[in-house]
Structures are given as C-alpha cells and as structure tokens.
Design a binder for this molecule. Structure first.
Ligand SMILES: *Cc1c(COP(=O)(O)O)cnc(C)c1O
Length: 398
C-alpha cells in the first residue's frame, strides 16, 4: 500500500493520507484505484499451500484486496493497529460489543447513545447474560462509582448524535483501564479526522461509514478500529461472524474517503454559520452545537476535538406540534429522514424523553436536528425562514 510516511520519515498530513491510503497502483496494472474484487473462492497454487492455508487471501469472508484496502486506509486515518469493515454502522457497534463482552459481564452505556445500540444491549446482550446500565454522558470521572467488579466495557458516544453532549473520553478511559475495562466509542460525528480516538484512550472505535465517509446517502457501511491491545480480539470476532461488507459498498467507501476531509471542513463552516444564524432567530430557544460558546461542554470540545461537523440540533420556543409540522412539511431543500452526513440537508424532529433512564430530556420546546449538506447557505436559510413563517402562522391559528 502507498507510503504515508515520506522519505523524510515525517507523517504526512491527513488530506494527503486520505488521497493515498489504501491504494497500490503497481499491483493493479497501474490503475489508480483498487478495483472491486468479487469472489468467494480463492485458488491455491498447490496442496501444500492449501493445507497450510497459506497466501495473502484464502477465502473472501476473511478478506479481499478491496476490503483490505479500506481497512488499511482506515488503520492509517484512525491511528489504529487494526480495523474491520462491516455492512452497517449498527453492525460495527454489535461487533465491537461482542469483541469485548462475555456472559456474566456488566456493561456501561451512555444514556445519549444511538437508539438501536440501546435496543441491541437491552435485547441481544441481555439474552446472552450481559447486564447493561446507563450513565449520564456528562458523568466524567464520577463513572468510577458505577464500575462493578464485572464491568468489562463502556460504550460511549461523543457527542451524542441528537443531543450532542460531549464526553470526557480521556477521563473515562483512565478509570476504565485502571479496572481492565474496554472503552468503546461511537465516533461517527467527529470521524477520526476531528477526534483521533486511539490517541485519546479509546480501545475500540466505531464509525458509521454510512454518514461522512460515504457522504452521498447511497451507502451502508461500518468500521471498527482497535488499538494494539484489542487488535487480535477484534479480528477474531470479525472472522467468527464473517460479517463482511459487499465489494461495491467498500469501493464506494474508498471513493468517499478521498473527499472526506474537504466535505468535513465545509460541513464545519456551513454548520457553524447556520447554527449562529439560528441562535439569532426569535423562534429558537437555543441551539445545541458543541463548537458554540453557549454549549455546556464547549471547553471539553475545544480541548479534545480538532473540528466540528454539520450535524447539530436546536430547540424551538414552545409551539403546538401542528406548528412544527407546518414548518417541516413545507421545506423544499431540507429532506425529512434518518441518517445524515450526505450532500443533501436533512431535518429530523426528535424526542428522547421516553427512553432515557439515567438522565431526563427536558428541552422546554420541540427539538429538531439538522444535517447541513453542500447546498448554498443562503438558499438553505431562505428555506428555513419560510418554514419559520409557516410555524408562526400555524402557532397563531387557534
Ligand atoms: C447512523 C448511526 C449509526 C448506525 O449506522 P447505520 O449504518 O445506519 O447502521 C451508528 N451510530 C451513530 C451515531 C449513527 O448516527
């Protein structure tokens, strides 16, 4: 694979590494990109090789050049010792948890986590004899009080993808590691470009490649990266489940990776400008964006993160649900839907009050999450302005 350290030995900058990682043109007849290898069987040259299971590739569930190209690139980008690619972000969460846990263990999970991850813990893990308890994402070093003798993993997500609490990952890692527990982070919001997970003490880091890696709303993919300590166990869990992604999807992920930093930098700029614009709107009670000075965890974000992205939330001043629907239903550019990180902007009304157990979600008004895409910001602001006008009109109608 391409060298990410040049002749000087200096590690190249992330933009350069994103352009060069996971490519070996000389092994592909000079073609720039690693092609899509489609296959199951890998032929061995002779009986001895087959009996010894010898060769760079032995069977496609254990890897192909296309999958390995993505994994090697991600190892480089995430600063990891190992990485595996799986068919979705949720599958990445499942494989990370099953790498770290066994029957009889206790797991700590942030109350702000991605809801399907919570459902996995409360159903599958429960059935397998793993007990989950939820913690306040702002707990910091006080997590020590929740650690039990059998607590073997903490599942964090920072910031939470709807409510955007930032967690003190280095503090959590110090306490977990003192007790031999594994720190798992869902790093989908920041990506390794804006939060280098393993440098900050994370053992297993998850990325829903569906979001900013793919970047075009045409892909489902997940990645788990591991530090040295967890590398072998991650690979073993992956091999046991044979949970390999399809070759076309991996190719799309590699293609998305080449422009990921450019898109993230633009998402950062546009997201912040939109967040500040919303902060000044009279219909808005407050904006939840970690890079805004008004965010309660802003100092922590500034200490640990290298950037912010285009996903944030805002709380409307109290209005009836019909007024929110009038605003959202007429949006021309913002689509209504799940997921995020694509080129197109999305809006999502949300309410996590019903399933939180360690904290209470009491925003004081309707909550809306935005994913800012690559459209012109003036056009997006106009779309929202017209939406606010519909909201005001509907709120005034008795
Ligand atoms: C979307 C998302 C996932 C799951 O990704 P899928 O590919 O849709 O399964 C996991 N974590 C976070 C924070 C997400 O936003």
């Amino acid at each position: 694979m391409s060298e990410t350290r040049g002749q000087s030995g200096r590690k190249k900058k992330s933009r350069t590494r994103l352009a060069h990682a996971g490519r070996a043109p000389s092994e592909q007849f000079g073609f720039v990109n690693t092609p899509i290898y489609r296959g199951s069987t890998v032929l061995f040259p002779d009986t001895a090789s087959l009996l010894a299971n010898r060769g760079a590739y032995t069977y496609a569930t254990k890897g192909t050049p296309t999958i390995r190209a993505l994994e090697e690139a991600w190892i480089d980008i995430a600063g990891a010792a190992e990485a595996v690619a799986v068919p979705s972000g949720l599958a990445a969460i499942a494989i990370a948890l099953l790498t770290a846990l066994k029957s009889g263990d206790h797991l700590l999970v942030t109350d702000s986590c991605y809801l399907p991850a919570r459902m996995f813990c409360d159903s599958v893990l429960k059935r397998l004899g793993v007990e989950t308890s939820y913690y306040d994402p702002r707990i910091g070093a006080d997590i020590a009080a929740l650690m039990r003798p059998n607590t073997t993993a903490i599942l964090t997500e920072s910031p939470g993808s709807q409510t955007l609490e930032v967690q003190d990952i280095p503090a959590l890692a110090e306490i977990a590691h003192a007790k031999g527990a594994c720190v798992i982070l869902d790093n989908t919001w920041a990506t390794p470009l804006f939060f280098p997970p393993h440098e900050r003490g994370v053992d297993l880091s998850i990325e829903a490649g569906t979001k900013y890696l793919g970047g075009h709303s045409d892909l489902l993919l997940g990645l788990v990266s591991a530090n040295d300590k967890w590398a072998r166990r991650l690979r073993a869990a992956y091999d046991a489940f044979a949970i390999c992604p399809g070759p076309e999807d991996v190719f799309l992920a590699l293609r998305g990776m080449r422009t990921m930093e450019l898109r993230l930098r633009e998402a950062e700029r546009a997201g912040l400008e939109m967040a500040r614009w919303l902060e000044a709107r009279e219909e808005v009670a407050h904006v939840i964006h970690p890079a805004l000075e008004s965010h309660p965890d802003h100092a922590l974000w500034k200490r640990d993160f290298l950037g912010s992205t285009g996903l944030f939330s805002f709380i409307l001043k109290p209005v009836p649900p019909e007024a929110v629907a009038a605003m959202l239903d007429g949006l021309e550019l913002f689509g209504l839907g799940y997921s995020w990180g694509g080129f197109e902007s999305l809006a999502l009304p949300f309410d996590c009050a019903s399933y939180r157990t360690a904290t209470q979600w009491t925003p004081g008004g309707p909550a809306i999450r935005l994913s800012i895409g690559l459209e012109d910001l003036d056009d997006l602001k106009e779309d929202l302005s017209l939406g606010f006008a519909r909201l005001r009109a509907a709120a005034q109608t008795p």
